[in-house]
Design a protein around this ligand. Structure first.
Ligand code: BMA
Length: 803
């Protein structure tokens, strides 16, 4: 649509009492304004969060002055693309609008209040917390996973605190604001509905116009152009549809299946009253839910979803610009991901996110923003939900990457298992949204796109929503209560959440936490752990696998290793069940601040060891050893379009590298197939001192018979050679899960791989993005004697070793 005339950049913000004043940035947010003015400490450092609760309880007034010269146009609108959240807008002292939904945009006809010459615009934000508390009182309590009343306001829920995020209740003009002058008519909505059948793509361009003067209904010409084909139509009323046909279209594919051709669609109203431009792609996408399945099918081909859950990448979403999205999504691609789930406690992300997903071939699973709570279906919330859903379905539906809409995160599960029914005592909880309102809006505005009521959901309110035999499930008992090997007890059809915690990278911890010395339970570390009993669960998770850590560096390394192994084990097991299981969405890709969490990439954007384990587990060709029928089997999963044919060798080895028994065989895996080969290398004579290694070409899978703490591994020894940015490690013994930590030398130094296991005589070349000198901090699992001698509780960096 026609761009806005932005307002001047000179804004100010002040508290209602006038005590706090600062220059303001628009788009922006009160926390970032106060931070820039030096009025608050950085909310992400140490326990500063605790001193900032007042910000969320204060009324904030944003003001600017601008001059206006009058206009020839019939209408002058104030367009607010995003206000966070409960706002009153005044122009020259005249109230022109009120808002209460961060997930919507607003347009106000402000001509009556505008003056030629100088104008004063003020946007006053009431405390979102107080507003939500008041609605809670009016509408009646609804159970939720956290104490703050986030379910009583249409605002990014995790802003109120989550089990990985601080409570920083924001306010501000978070998306662009400006004046829009226009005459005659404008394009209020454009929805290209794309279908592909028998080699023909049809783009049904649904158009909705708004007339400047409602009474004037003259016929309007409308033109749609795509792939060099233009179709012209006449619009006698305010809505209409144009159809463009493209023969033999180049199809859009998710990454790993083909290219992502995108085509500019231009819709013009009249000669040039208004134009809409967007990129579309030609493909079909559906979710096959027959017989309990949950399989995403693109252009008729079933796709194993190698997914990650996405949370808002910052507590202050205004800081997430296109470059930041691009960096994070490139990291997702590097990890082999082909699907992003935009989780329901966050946002409908901004256009850049979906544009990039289109370009990169990342499928998008979009939750409607409802999470872990019961929601009132009464006014004023119901109308807000409907308005925001209509707007965002319209905004996002042109994207070829959008695979499905999902009603909510865990709310149906909450009703079944979290004691809600009793507490609700008959009050509404959101069922009407998930089973009626939202699917109705999707069917109307985005016909053909899949809608699924919840994550998890069983397909029926009569079957437990998390029943592994039915569609998508979340697996949380593992992190909360059980050893991670229990992932293998599940035979799910699709896992849309499962996760395991690990600490942030060292450089991120050092930037955010000033504890001296750092310890797993030092005050800052505890503060940057938001999960109930999170540290206890980390310790409980380590216990079956490792001896208790000796100090911070040991704890930091081992908990990161455990996180990586847990998720790798889960993904490999679930992939080995393909096509019965058709997807894994790991909880979670990213963080919104520096914290110990389930993420693969920490709050400063650094890759945790899990990231590298995930990349291996999501590799197009996966070799994995799995328990089958009382023995062990090799499962080879081929997620490519070429057959995978290779000689393979499976060997039972002593931990000193001696081959005890080996067998060779031919591996042949069909495109997009998986094969299971029972292993015939015999039972271990000494499970503590043996392992299995299976190799097929470049790929290798290892199997240890016992947890590390019960293994009798030799003390790992290796030679390290540093050549500029490369670090070559040559193992003299078995060296397990070798990690190098260049960020301990320089915060910007990152290595290209982590957690490499070397057999005696093998070597590996790591590459760091910069030279860090000869002392490379590193660690491996069977490195205990040297670690414990140098690893005191604080973190002077462990010395590197050079040859
Ligand atoms: C699920 C998610 C999030 C949460 C995560 C870890 O419930 O949907 O709400 O952060 O588990 O507990």
């Amino acid at each position: 649509m026609t761009p806005l005339h932005p307002l001047p950049e000179s804004w100010t913000v002040r508290s209602a009492s006038g005590d706090v004043r600062a220059p303001a940035t628009v788009p922006g947010c009160v926390h970032t304004d106060l931070l820039a003015a030096g009025l608050i400490p950085d909310p992400y450092l140490d326990d500063n969060e605790t001193r900032l609760a007042w910000v969320g309880r204060t009324e904030w007034r944003y003001e600017t002055e601008f001059s206006w010269d009058g206009t020839e146009h019939e209408r002058t609108d104030l367009v607010c693309e995003g206000l966070d959240t409960v706002a009153e807008i005044e122009l020259n002292g005249v109230r022109v609008g009120e808002t209460a939904n961060m997930h919507r945009s607003y347009r106000f006809d402000v001509r009556p209040a505008l003056r030629t010459g100088s104008n004063r615009l003020a946007v006053t934000f009431r405390s979102a917390l107080e507003y939500a508390e008041r609605l809670k009182e009016e509408l009646g309590e609804r159970p939720s996973a956290y104490t703050e009343p986030y379910n009583f306001i249409r605002k990014m829920a995790c802003n109120f605190g989550w089990d990985w995020g601080p409570t920083l209740v924001t306010a501000g003009i978070w998306r662009p604001i400006g004046l829009h002058e226009w005459s005659g008519a404008r394009l209020a909505a454009v929805r290209p509905v794309v279908t592909v059948e028998d080699g023909v793509a049809r783009v049904a361009v649904h158009v909705e116009v708004e007339r400047a003067v409602k009474a004037v209904q003259e016929e309007l010409r409308i033109t749609a152009t795509v792939c060099g084909r233009s179709v012209v139509g006449a619009l006698p009323s305010d809505t209409g549809v144009l159809e463009v046909e493209i023969h033999q279209p180049e199809l859009w594919w998710p990454r790993g299946y083909g290219e992502q051709p995108l085509h500019e669609l231009t819709v013009t109203l009249g000669d040039d009253l208004d134009t809409w431009q967007g990129k579309i792609g030609f493909r079909t996408v559906e979710v096959d839910t027959a017989d309990g399945a949950f399989t995403i099918v693109v252009n008729g081909r079933p796709v194993f979803a190698k997914g990650v859950n996405w949370i808002p990448d910052d507590c202050f979403p205004v800081r997430i610009d296109r470059a930041r999205y691009a960096e994070r999504l490139a990291q997702a691609c590097e990890a082999g991901v082909n699907l992003m789930r935009v989780w329901g406690g966050g946002l409908y992300e901004s256009d850049d996110f979906y544009d990039l997903c289109d370009e990169l071939g990342l499928l998008v699973w979009q939750d409607f923003p409802f999470a872990c709570a019961a929601y009132s279906e009464e006014e004023p919330l119901r109308s807000e939900v409907e308005a925001e859903a209509r707007e965002n379905v319209t905004r996002l539906m042109p994207h070829p990457s959008l695979a499905l809409w999902c009603g909510n995160n865990e709310n149906i599960w909450g009703l079944f298992d979290w004691g809600w029914r009793e507490r609700l005592a008959g009050r509404t909880w959101g069922e009407g949204y998930y089973l009626d309102l939202l699917p109705g809006i999707v069917a109307e505005l985005d016909p053909g796109r899949a809608y699924w009521p919840g994550s998890p959901y069983s397909g029926s309110m009569d079957v437990h929503p998390n029943d592994p035999g039915h569609h998508n499930i979340h697996i949380w008992d593992v992190w909360n209560q059980r050893d991670y090997t229990a992932y293998r007890e599940y035979r799910p059809r699709f896992v849309s959440e499962f996760g395991f915690q690990g600490p942030a990278t060292y450089a991120t911890i050092k930037r955010a936490i000033s504890d001296e010395p750092l310890a797993p339970d030092s005050p800052g570390m505890r503060f940057h752990q938001k999960a109930v009993d999170g540290d206890l669960k980390l310790a409980a998770g380590l216990k079956p696998h490792f001896a208790p850590p000796a100090g911070f560096a040991d704890w930091h390394y081992l908990t990161q290793v455990n996180q990586a192994r847990a998720i790798q084990l889960g993904v490999e097991h679930f992939r080995s069940l393909w096509p019965h299981c058709a997807g894994t969405i790991v909880w979670q890709l990213n963080d919104c601040w520096p914290v110990t969490s389930w993420s693969a990439i920490d709050g400063d954007g650094r890759r945790k060891p899990l990231f590298h384990a995930l990349r291996r587990a999501y590799a197009d060709r996966l070799l994995t050893v799995q328990p089958r029928d009382g023995g062990l089997a090799l499962v080879a999963v081929n997620d490519t379009d070429e057959p995978w044919v290779s000689g393979a060798v499976a060997a039972r080895l002593g931990v000193d590298g001696t081959e005890l028994r080996a067998e060779s065989f031919e591996l042949e895996v069909a495109p997009r197939g998986a094969v299971t080969v029972p292993l015939g290398v015999g039972e271990p004579a000494d499970p503590a001192r043996e392992l299995i290694a299976v190799r097929a070409g470049e790929r290798r899978a290892l199997w240890f018979f016992l947890p590390d703490k019960d293994l009798d591994l030799p003390e790992g020894r290796c030679t390290v050679t540093v050549e500029g940015r490369d670090v070559i490690v040559s193992a003299h013994t078995l060296v397990r899960d070798l990690a190098i930590f260049p960020d301990r030398v320089h915060p910007d130094a990152e290595v290209d791989d982590q957690l490499i296991t070397l057999l005696p005589g093998e070597s590996h070349r790591f590459t760091i993005n910069r030279e860090i000198g000869a002392d490379v901090p590193m660690r491996w699992v069977n490195d205990r004697s040297s670690i414990s001698s140098r690893d005191t509780t604080s973190l002077p960096d462990p010395p590197g070793r050079s040859a």
